[in-house]
Design a binder for this molecule. Structure first.
Ligand SMILES: C[S@@+](CC[C@H](N)C(=O)[O-])C[C@H]1O[C@@H](n2cnc3c(N)ncnc32)[C@H](O)[C@@H]1O
Length: 246
């Protein structure tokens, strides 16, 4: 039977991501955070996983909170990141508002329905200061098609073996990753991850239904405008003024 996502996978996640240039990613996030005009204020990272970026970013803000649905992922984050909370981005349990909220590595593609996407946006809008910025990256179809082969891989870390099988269905636009994991004691477990590859324009429609507007939408790691041919797009959202729904 399939286990909860990012439970067993948490112990091999950092190994799977070992070639990812999180330092460059952190620099990009810092530049985006300055769009608030409020340098070094409070930041909330949602779906922050095992906190690799949090470790690089927590001391660049006066207050930093790392959050993720998976307590197993958070448990593997660095102890230098003090404020961590396990919560869903559909239900953010904060009384305090933040100047900057962000999510990385196509975590929002885990949202499988448009209704839930708008729900996530509303939840973030509730805990973001009126002049704050919310930014997230999304994986587009070109990314799914181009990297499918590389996502069929296997590895081993600390006696745990993992095998990833990746399938993209262009009809349903669901990208499925199946992880078969053999734990150090020989037990076999499985996680099935489903992500939805929305059309580029879907994002604009969903954002239109929320209290946000698109301040910028770039090819990830750049400031060049993205379009539907991009592999990944970085959305930068700001809050509309009250009653400014178009
Ligand atoms: C691909 S990982 C990215 C982790 C991290 N941002 C990074 O760049 O390494 C996706 C993360 O999204 C989290 N996630 C999925 N659904 C979530 C939800 N509803 N609320 C909060 N986090 C969620 C998972 O637990 C996982 O840690």
């Amino acid at each position: 039977m399939a286990s909860k996502t990012y439970s067993y996978l948490a112990d091999v996640y950092n190994d799977m991501m070992r070639f990812i240039d999180y330092r460059t990613w952190a620099k990009y996030i810092i530049v985006l955070s300055r769009l608030t005009g409020n340098k070094n204020k409070s930041a909330l990272e949602i779906a922050g996983g095992s906190g690799t970026l949090a470790k690089l970013l927590y001391n660049r803000f006066s207050f930093y909170v790392l959050s993720d649905l998976s307590s197993e992922m958070l448990a593997n984050s660095s102890p230098v990141v003090k404020n961590k909370i396990s919560c869903s981005f559909y239900n953010l349990p904060f009384k305090k508002k933040f100047n900057f909220v962000f999510s990385t590595f196509d975590s929002v593609n885990y949202i499988l329905t448009k209704k839930n996407f708008v729900l996530m946006l509303e939840e973030v809008a509730n805990i973001l200061e009126d002049d704050g910025v919310f930014t997230f990256d999304v994986s587009l179809e070109r990314n799914s098609l181009k990297h499918l082969k590389n996502l069929n891989r296997q590895g081993e870390v600390n006696g745990i073996k993992y095998f990833q099988k990746s399938i993209y269905n262009p009809k349903t636009r669901i990208h499925t990753n199946r992880f078969d994991i053999i734990l150090a004691d020989g037990e076999k477990v499985q996680e099935i991850h489903k992500q939805r590859v929305y059309l580029f324009n879907d994002y604009f429609q969903m954002i239109d239904k929320s209290d946000f507007y698109v301040y910028g939408c770039y090819k990830t790691f750049s400031f060049d405008d993205a379009d539907e041919s991009a592999e990944r797009a970085q959305f930068i959202l700001k809050k509309r003024k009250p009653n400014a729904h178009i």
